[in-house]
Ligand binder design. Structure first.
Ligand code: MG
Length: 158
């Protein structure tokens, strides 16, 4: 088995859509970035690439590449899942945490789980998404950014 960890942060900005875990969320700010800035999916991709010892998303999807401008991070995740598949692994389980002061994520986590499980072609009970605040502390507490952590366990395909 292989384990991987991913961490990502994006800055909140006016005039941007807030997309987290492939879910478009109504909010006064979105996340700034070259792609759709889906911080959760970025952390998940880095966890998978980490488990495979394949570097990070900056190496696979450089933000100097115009093809990645505004691209859906779920499409990038499907590419990473193909790399995992080619390496002979499948998802054992995924656990992820979104760190944000606002909005409330609980109504959206079922759809996020469904989106992520779908990208991995895995049963939904292998995917967990949760959210927490940092009690008003730090950059997430100041509502200047949103962070996400992800841990994956990959197992050999049988
Ligand atoms: Mg990112």
């Amino acid at each position: 088995m292989r384990i991987g960890h991913g961490y990502d942060v994006h800055r909140l900005a006016a005039g941007r859509e807030l997309v987290i875990g492939g879910v478009s969320i109504e909010h006064e700010f979105g996340l700034d970035g070259h792609s759709d800035a889906d911080v959760l999916v970025h952390a998940v991709m880095d966890a998978v690439l980490g488990a495979l010892a394949l570097g990070d998303i900056g190496r696979h999807f450089p933000d100097t590449d115009a093809r990645h401008r505004g691209i859906s991070s779920m499409a990038l995740l499907r590419h990473v899942v193909r790399l995992m598949d080619q390496a002979g692994f499948r998802l054992g389980n995924l656990d992820a945490t979104v760190v944000a002061e606002a909005p409330k994520f609980a109504p959206f986590t079922p759809q996020m789980r469904e989106n992520l499980a779908g990208a991995f072609d895995a049963p939904i009970d292998r995917v967990n998404v949760k959210a927490t605040t940092e009690e008003g502390l730090g950059f997430t507490g100041a509502r200047t950014g949103i962070a996400a952590h992800a841990v994956v366990l990959l197992e050999p395909k049988v």
